[in-house]
Design a protein around this ligand. Structure first.
Ligand code: SAH
Length: 258
């Protein structure tokens, strides 16, 4: 954890892109992590980034997120973001050129050149290293992550070979694109950044996972509850007694055991 250690990064842009232009003092922004996302669906991020903890982290400039449209990096009217895969087969693959240009431009602008600021370029792929809390914690040590979102049949393999530092999968299933993986990675990495959660102790990754209950102590509905097998039952669903006991030792013990 880097609590108390503040990195100052000259970087002016925060999400959403259409927000007011940054004021002079916003140019010098305290940001723990910059996420630059390369995608052909930049609008896919808007609604999620405008809710809850991520929204607050953006407002408090703990993170900065920018979704870049790969189509903005095409040259000429004829160039496309995708093309047919060599060797045949169904579908299309994302081309390397716009991705390469986007990364090149981001690198040329990022202050990383003149300092110890660290960045990592990640390509989302079903063949990548599986994302877990350990990977997220490791990635939270970087100052900027460039996230490349694939689509269609995937991305020209030369991006994995030469442009990206690593490939990441968020699980053994196939999604239509890297946009959801980018949001998942962004959130799980952000949880390790100071100030993202109210308290460091809130990190389930640290305290472990256990079931929680809140009021009422006993839940009783009017009418009956129909179970999956069709039987009907009265509800009388109570909170485990130990949680009401006030005995913190017993409570911790219960939480560890369960
Ligand atoms: N034919 C490809 C499917 C690509 S899915 C294959 O079998 O690998 C299109 C894109 O979605 C991928 O390039 C990747 O960027 C993203 N994607 C899909 N599922 C993903 C997962 N589980 N983890 C990370 N990225 C994923």
């Amino acid at each position: 954890m880097r609590i108390g250690f503040i990195r100052v990064i000259c970087y002016s842009v925060t999400f959403p892109p259409e927000a007011d232009p940054p004021s002079a003092d916003a140019i010098l922004t305290i940001t723990f992590m910059i996420f630059d996302i390369l995608t052909i669906f930049p609008n896919a991020f808007d609604s999620y980034l405008n809710e809850s903890l991520v929204k607050r982290a953006l407002k408090n400039k703990i993170i900065s997120v920018r979704a870049h449209n790969l189509r903005d990096f095409l040259r000429g009217k004829k160039e496309r973001v995708d093309d047919r895969p060599f060797g045949g087969g169904p579908g299309m693959a994302l081309k390397i050129e716009p991705i390469f240009r986007a990364v090149q431009l981001l690198n040329s602008k990022f202050e990383i050149r003149n300092s110890k600021l660290k960045q990592r370029i990640i390509l989302f792929s079903t063949r990548g290293k599986k994302l877990d809390a350990k990977v997220a914690k490791r990635l939270s040590k970087y100052d900027r992550l460039i996230l490349i979102c694939g689509r269609y049949e995937g991305v020209d393999e030369r991006v994995a070979q030469h442009v990206a530092d690593e490939e990441i999968s968020i699980g053994d299933y196939v999604l239509s694109g890297g946009e959801l993986p980018a949001l998942v990675l962004m959130e799980t990495v952000s949880r390790f950044l100071p100030g993202f959660l109210g308290k460091y102790e809130s990190l389930e990754e640290v305290k472990g996972s256990y079931p929680v209950y809140t009021r009422p102590e006993v839940f009783q509905a009017n009418g009956k509850w129909q179970m999956a097998n069709g039987n009907k039952r009265k509800t009388r669903w109570a909170v485990p007694k130990v949680l009401l006991s006030g005995n913190h030792k017993d409570i911790s013990e219960w939480r560890r055991r369960i």
